[in-house]
Design a protein around this ligand. Structure first.
Ligand code: GLC
Length: 498
């Protein structure tokens, strides 16, 4: 008897950034009720699971990745009862729910941190140092030193904003707390967790200078410390103790495939994101190299493909054309493994580059480390011809472009040539094909070096990275655009049955 494939191994997971998805309350920020009303849309889109970025109580100094209460919903996103309703409705529609867990740091508004600063109690849960000079040379990921001072002059460590003090995972209370938090949400019915900054958690106990070492390089005192694996083994045993198939996917930035593989050993996390495509240029050679490396790596058992998320420039803008965005989707959906989509990519939303400075909210912008990530977080357009495009009855928390009328769900729904209709077709087809697809691929040599092609069973996926059309033979199952006369358009792709 063969063991059935666990659901997450080849799932299509849709990332929801709740603040920008859909607003039911009318305050201009999306919420859980807004999301719940739109679940039929997501089920019809054809995804298997939703990953919700943080909706917990938070001052939103970093869009919710600064958690003040890990066991509650921020009032602007709703209530725990809303969350329960959301999970129940999602499950009824066959959608699994993955939630974000943020263990590397809390918010500075978390009671633990406030207490430590106010009374000195529980300081061991964070990294405080009492010294005249900044304790080491570490820099925050968002710019500036990774150390700030409390009003009484103590230094504390924060790898992100000063409002996100890093926890000290050598403290057993921290460990116990997160085990309990996992159980809290598992008891409420979630199917999995996305673990934020999964390689962070432990720091070298001496907090030595980083010197010339890369932040994520092997031997870094900030990321990838070996102690973290024991935590994930423990978390895995908690997940496995619940009936059903629960999973965890780690956000692990590392320079080495071998280091990444450590996180997905059989008794640790189920998946770790492979972010390589986010950084790849539009080139057959670059994509082939990345796909090969990912599949051949010890992590290749559970690949995860990502083109966009809430931290990077939308791939519609990175690749420059809609045709290429469609082709990239066809590529990742045809590869072995699971695909993580980001809300709005199914509408072909571009990055919004020209947000006015006064509208921007991302701490990266305020720390002076670039324009930040607000441009991929602009609220979704649902209907109508002008802002707020059915997103809210109030004023959207980030302004939406005036020319998004043709990109709304309403405008695209009835149009078979739209991006949305294309996503629906591609996802539906993948569902029907997936049981028959072998877990590996065979590269197909193509006369034109600009074409990347591979076969899985009867399916051949061919992507034309060049600008000129190329010819093909075979029965077309899906094409990124008009593939008339047996030609794949420049920047296009086809799925063929041969
Ligand atoms: C992760 C999140 C990002 C957040 C950071 C700090 O990289 O994806 O949005 O700012 O962690 O929590």
């Amino acid at each position: 008897m063969t063991t059935p494939t666990p659901w997450w191994r080849d799932a299509v997971v849709y990332e929801v950034y709740p603040r920008s998805f859909s607003d039911a309350s009318g305050d201009g920020e999306g919420d859980l009720e807004g999301l719940r009303h739109r679940l039929p849309y997501l089920s019809e889109l054809g995804v298997d699971a939703l990953w919700l970025t943080p909706f917990y109580t938070s001052p939103l100094a970093d869009g919710g990745y600064d958690v003040a209460d890990y066991r509650d919903v921020d009032p602007r996103f709703g209530t725990l009862a809303d969350f329960d309703d959301l999970v129940a409705d999602a499950h009824r529609l066959g959608l699994r729910i993955i939630i974000d867990i943020v263990p590397n740091h809390t918010s500075s508004a978390h009671p633990w941190f406030s207490e430590a600063v106010r009374t000195g109690r529980g300081r061991g849960r964070y990294h405080f140092r009492d010294c005249a000079d900044v304790p080491n040379d570490w820099q925050s990921n968002f710019g500036g030193p990774a150390w700030s001072r409390t009003p009484d002059g103590s230094w504390y460590l924060h790898l992100y904003t000063p409002e996100q003090p890093d926890l000290n995972w050598h403290d057993p209370e921290v460990r116990a707390e997160f085990e309990d938090v996992l159980r809290f949400w598992l008891d409420r019915g979630v199917d999995g967790f996305r673990i934020d900054v999964a390689a962070g958690l432990f720091k070298h106990p001496d907090l030595p200078d980083l010197g010339a070492l890369g932040t994520h390089a092997p031997g870094s005192p900030m990321y990838g410390r070996p102690e973290v694996h024991e935590i994930y083994r423990q978390w895995r045993s908690i997940l496995d103790s619940y009936p059903g198939e629960h999973m965890a996917v780690g956000e692990v930035w590392t320079e080495s495939p071998e280091a990444l593989a450590l996180y997905v050993r059989p008794d640790e996390l189920h998946q770790a994101f492979q972010f390589h495509l986010l950084l790849a240029p539009w080139s057959a050679r670059a994509f082939r190299e990345i796909i090969g490396t990912c599949l051949d790596s010890p992590n290749g058992q559970a690949p995860t493909w990502v083109l966009s998320n809430h931290d990077v420039i939308r791939h519609r803008s990175r690749y420059g054309t809609e045709e290429r965005s469609r082709a990239a989707l066809m590529l990742i959906l045809a590869l072995p493994g699971s695909a993580y989509l980001y809300q709005g990519e199914e509408l072909g939303l571009p990055e919004v580059f020209d947000l006015p400075d006064e509208a921007r909210q991302d701490p990266i912008f305020f720390q002076g480390k670039g324009m930040g990530r607000d441009g991929c977080r602009v609220p979704l357009p649902w209907s109508g011809t002008q802002a707020p495009y059915g997103f809210t009855s109030g004023k959207p928390w980030l302004p939406q472009p005036a020319d998004w009328g043709p990109l709304t769900v309403e405008a695209q729904e009835g149009d078979p040539a739209s991006m949305l209709s294309f996503y629906r077709r591609a996802l539906a087809l993948r569902r029907t094909l997936r049981a028959a697809l072998p877990p590996t691929l065979e590269w197909q040599e193509w006369p034109d070096p600009g074409v990347l092609a591979f076969r899985r069973g009867d399916l051949v996926c061919a992507v034309n990275f060049g600008d000129e059309p190329v010819e093909f033979q075979g029965d077309v199952l899906l094409a990124s655009g008009p593939s008339a006369e047996g030609r794949i358009a420049g920047g296009g792709a086809v799925w063929l049955r041969t």
